[in-house]
Ligand binder design. Structure first.
Ligand SMILES: Nc1ncnc2c1ncn2[C@@H]1O[C@H](COP(=O)(O)OP(=O)(O)OP(=O)(O)O)[C@@H](O)[C@H]1O
Length: 140
């Protein structure tokens, strides 16, 4: 990871804060790959795209890094800018068949400059499989 991508890494707790915990009230749009929330980061309004959870199509670190890298390289006046990303695991206990089970929840988030009536069409193409996953890692 270079300095640029490191600087654009936005921690999950910050994204949760600026979207009121990914509250439905903060949703500004829904796409094929995830829901889009509105938030303010470093004084700028941004569009926060929380990628869907699909256990069948989980991106590994290399693939996600590669997609973020691609988005960083795109510089065009007609294409919305990536402001940051988040790739972070959260661990929590959930009820499963009457037992408490520790789950690893991977969050994959892309943050874009906010556009009035904006869309991520220009960024998410057929080659991207962007999801966040929930994987049971062991039983308590
Ligand atoms: N940068 C943005 N600024 C403002 N609103 C946005 C932005 N990006 C997405 N949105 C809103 O969220 C909605 C869903 O956007 P998104 O790009 O995720 O889905 P989409 O346009 O249907 O494309 P896809 O099929 O790739 O998911 C958009 O229609 C728009 O209303």
């Amino acid at each position: 990871m270079n300095d640029m991508t490191a600087a654009m890494n936005i921690r999950l707790h910050i994204l949760e804060k600026i979207t009121n915990g990914f509250s439905p009230d903060s949703i500004i749009g829904r796409g094929e790959y995830g829901d889009v929330y509105k938030g303010v980061y470093n004084g700028e309004v941004i569009a926060v795209k929380l990628l869907h959870n699909d256990p069948q199509q989980v991106l590994d670190d290399t693939q996600f890094n590669s997609e973020v890298g691609n988005l960083l390289r795109v510089e065009h006046p007609n294409i919305v800018r990536l402001r940051g990303y988040c790739y972070e695991a959260q661990y929590k206990y959930v009820e499963h068949n009457g037992e408490k089970v520790l789950c690893k929840h991977m969050y994959r988030v892309l943050c874009f400059e906010y556009l009035q009536g904006g869309s991520l069409d220009k960024h998410l193409n057929g080659t991207m499989e962007l999801h966040f996953s929930m994987v049971i890692i062991f039983y308590a």
